[in-house]
Design a protein around this ligand. Structure first.
Ligand code: CTP
Ligand code: MG
Length: 337
């Protein structure tokens, strides 16, 4: 009898809703964190405008895309209208300015793929990365934020997936695993694919927002307040979705032939994108198309070793969701080498 009831209990996936929601809620940043971010941005704006009066600062990444958990660093883009600036020069100049205003740990990384200045603000305790003219990141940040406004299950799923990825050490692009940005795109794609769908494909709808950035046309339907009922025909709970997400990436995804595309709202074939061969360092072992820069595979950081690590982690998570008595703890147990 005990055995039977524990089996029943094990299969009642919805028993996990309350604990998953509690984890999600514990990760939401408190209001005062937002206020501190604003305070730092205002200070930076003042300093930057003394040197470059035309320049503007934009927040991007997790502090602006609704997928930021508490105590995140902030990502800032310095937009300077002059097209002929030398980014490295600006980075060095900016680092000088910040350092003389007592910001701490100022570092100019001029040789990174995306050159940035890093700093820590002692007044708020916030760390910050500033890049130059990376406007595409500002636009894809808005796309993610707009998706998040359609159905709260996206934010819930993405927080849990990001928390899992960080705990398990598979959110390290320099070690060949995936960026947070890639995980959020995987969540959006996954919810576009549920039947009935939980998210629409905004880029396939009539464009109400359009900008051209670095010769890339970025256009999509951004009146998302009109879509707040979109997912209501699908009653899947967060526990069911977490289960299905890991099950999909562990056992169902066709890594050999397909590309996930939030832009198309469907899977694409690797062949049509010509992502079948290794070219230089791009291997395409897991393919995640950037929604605007469609030649960019966010999986290109993944190599033949890290793909194994990733897939084993997806399988571990799927097994835990299926069989473990306490998935909400086991899933997030830190990985120790
Ligand atoms: N970005 C991008 N292309 C990439 C990686 C990142 O355009 N290959 C941009 C996206 O705008 C993304 C931002 O950089 O939102 C920050 O990326 P990342 O650090 O991966 O995500 P965050 O949302 O900031 O996550 P975290 O909470 O881990 O900082
Ligand atoms: Mg970030």
């Amino acid at each position: 009898r005990n055995f039977k009831s524990s089996m029943e209990c094990r299969w009642d996936i919805d028993r996990l809703n309350a604990p998953f929601l509690a984890i999600y809620e514990s990760l939401i940043p408190p209001e005062e964190e937002k206020a501190k971010q604003k305070q730092l941005l205002t200070l930076l704006e003042k300093l930057v405008n003394k040197e470059w009066p035309e320049a503007r600062l934009y927040l991007y990444g997790s502090c602006a895309n609704s997928f930021g958990v508490c105590k995140s660093d902030i990502d800032v883009c310095l937009a300077i209208p002059d097209a002929n600036i030398d980014k490295s020069e600006v980075i060095l100049k900016l680092a000088d300015i910040l350092e003389s205003d007592n910001l701490q740990d100022v570092q100019a990384l001029t040789r990174a793929r995306v050159p940035i200045v890093k700093l820590m603000d002692p007044a708020t305790g916030i760390s910050c990365d500033i890049c130059i003219n990376n406007v595409l990141a500002v636009v894809n940040t808005k796309l993610l934020r707009d998706y998040a406004r359609i159905d709260v299950r996206l934010q819930q799923l993405a927080f849990i997936v990001k928390h899992w990825a960080k705990s398990r050490g598979v959110n390290e692009t320099y070690q060949g695993t995936l960026s947070s940005y890639a995980y959020v795109l995987m969540c959006i794609h996954f919810l576009q694919q549920r039947r009935p769908a939980i998210l629409p494909c905004l880029q396939e709808m009539e464009a109400t927002y359009a900008v051209t950035v670095d010769n890339i046309e970025c256009a999509y339907f951004d009146r998302v307040e009109k879509l707040c009922d979109f997912g209501s025909h699908n009653r899947e709970t967060i526990a069911q979705l977490v289960w299905a997400f890991f099950h999909y990436w562990a056992y169902r995804h066709d890594y050999t032939n397909t590309v996930i595309s939030v832009r198309a709202g469907s899977l694409l074939s690797k062949r049509t994108k010509d992502w079948t061969r290794r070219i230089g360092n791009d291997r395409h072992l897991i393919c995640i198309e950037d929604p605007f820069d469609v030649s960019h595979d966010l999986g290109r950081v993944v190599d033949k070793f890290s793909i194994k690590v990733l897939r084993e982690e997806f399988e571990r998570a799927a097994e835990i969701m299926q069989y473990d008595l306490n998935p909400c703890v086991t899933l997030f147990e830190p990985y120790v080498a």
